[in-house]
Design a protein around this ligand. Structure first.
Ligand SMILES: [Zn+2]
Length: 302
C-alpha cells in the first residue's frame, strides 16, 4: 500500500491508494485523471480503455504486458488491473502519458507526482533553514528548532526540484552558518527568491499560530501572502498574519525574501506540527504552492 497520493502540490482526497507489487508502484488511474484531466472511454469494458489528452492517445489493455501510446508499444513493468472497480496503472506509464516526474517519500508513505512547471523551470530559489550546527535555535521540551527547519526545507526542496526549480540551501544538515554567511550565499546564487524557515517561541504555551514576514519590498509582500495562505490551506493553525519586520536576512539579502515562523515550538496547539512528519510535509506542500502561485502571478509576466 501507498497511502497518500500528492499531485502537483496537493493531496488527492479521493478513495483509493497506491499499491506496490513486485517493487512496481501502481496508482488508481482516477486520481491522476481527476487532477490533470483527460478524456477516457472503454473500448471493450472492462478489458480495454482509451484515454486522450492534448491530442495524445493512450490505450491500456487490462492484464496486457504492454500499452499503446500514439500507436507505439510501451512495455509495462506490471500489467494494469481492475480491483473493486478501480483501474490500477503502473506509475511509469502515467508519468509518460501525463509528462510527470515522481518520487516516493517513504517516511510519510506518500507518492509525489509533479509536472515540470513552466513557471518554475530554471527558477533559482534559496532555502534558508534557520539555525543549525552550534546554534540549535529554540529548544522546547525535546524539540530543537534547527532540526525542524531543516526537515521542512528538505521536503520543500524535493517538491521544488521535482517541478524544475534549482534549489540552493544556506546551510547543510549540521552546519553552523552565521547570518552574514547566509546573506553571502544569496549574493553568490542571485536567486529569484529566498525563503527562510523558523519556528516561534513564547513564555506562555497558549501562544500559537503562523506568522510570515516580509520587509520593505512589494514583491516580498506578495510572496509572503501567497505562501502564508498556502500553509493555512494545509495546516490547522491560528492565523497571526503576514507582517513586516526588519529581520537581518530580510534586510540584507539582495532578493525577494520572506521569513516564515511555522508555529510556536512552545505552543500547546502548534507542537504537533513539529512532532508529526506528515504535517511537516503538508507545510512544505503549502509553501510550495505559495511559491508557485507567486511566480506565476508576479514573475512570469516580468
Ligand atoms: Zn529561529
Amino acid at each position: 500500500m501507498c497511502r497518500r497520493i500528492v499531485i502537483n502540490g496537493r493531496l488527492w482526497e479521493g478513495d483509493g491508494s497506491g499499491r506496490w507489487i513486485d517493487e512496481v508502484l501502481l496508482l488508481p488511474l482516477e486520481a491522476v485523471v481527476e487532477r490533470l484531466g483527460a478524456s477516457r472511454h472503454w473500448i471493450a469494458y472492462p478489458r480495454e480503455l482509451e484515454m486522450e489528452k492534448d491530442g495524445k492517445t493512450l490505450n491500456i489493455k487490462i492484464g496486457a504486458s504492454a500499452a499503446q501510446l500514439q500507436g507505439e508499444k510501451i512495455p509495462l513493468d506490471y500489467p494494469a488491473f481492475v480491483e473493486k472497480g478501480v483501474v490500477m496503472v503502473p506509475v511509469s506509464l502515467l508519468c509518460r502519458f501525463f509528462e510527470l516526474a515522481w518520487t516516493y517519500a517513504e517516511d510519510v508513505d506518500a507518492i509525489v507526482l509533479s509536472r515540470a512547471e513552466p513557471a518554475l523551470l530554471g527558477k533559482r530559489i534559496v532555502l534558508d533553514p534557520g539555525h543549525g550546527g552550534d546554534d540549535p535555535g529554540i529548544i522546547s521540551d525535546d524539540l530543537v528548532e534547527a532540526e525542524f527547519t531543516w526537515d521542512v526545507a528538505r521536503r520543500l526542496c524535493g517538491l521544488l526540484t521535482l517541478s524544475g526549480a534549482a534549489v540552493t540551501f544556506t546551510r547543510q544538515w549540521d552546519e553552523t552558518v552565521s547570518l552574514a554567511q547566509r546573506v553571502m550565499v544569496v549574493e553568490e546564487v542571485k536567486p529569484d527568491i529566498l525563503v527562510s524557515i523558523h519556528f516561534n517561541s513564547f513564555l506562555c504555551s497558549a501562544h500559537n499560530g503562523l506568522e510570515t514576514y516580509w520587509y520593505s519590498n512589494w514583491l516580498a509582500r506578495q510572496l509572503a501572502e501567497h505562501v502564508h495562505n498556502g500553509i493555512l490551506e494545509e495546516l490547522e493553525i491560528p492565523n497571526r498574519g503576514v507582517r513586516e519586520s526588519a529581520f537581518h536576512i530580510l534586510r540584507q539579502a539582495p532578493t525577494v525574501s520572506i521569513l516564515i515562523k511555522l508555529g510556536f515550538a512552545t505552543g500547546d496547539g502548534d507542537q504537533h506540527i513539529l512532532r508529526d512528519r506528515w504535517l511537516r510535509e503538508r507545510a512544505a506542500l503549502g509553501i510550495f504552492r505559495g511559491i508557485r502561485e507567486y511566480i506565476e502571478a508576479c514573475l512570469s509576466q516580468m
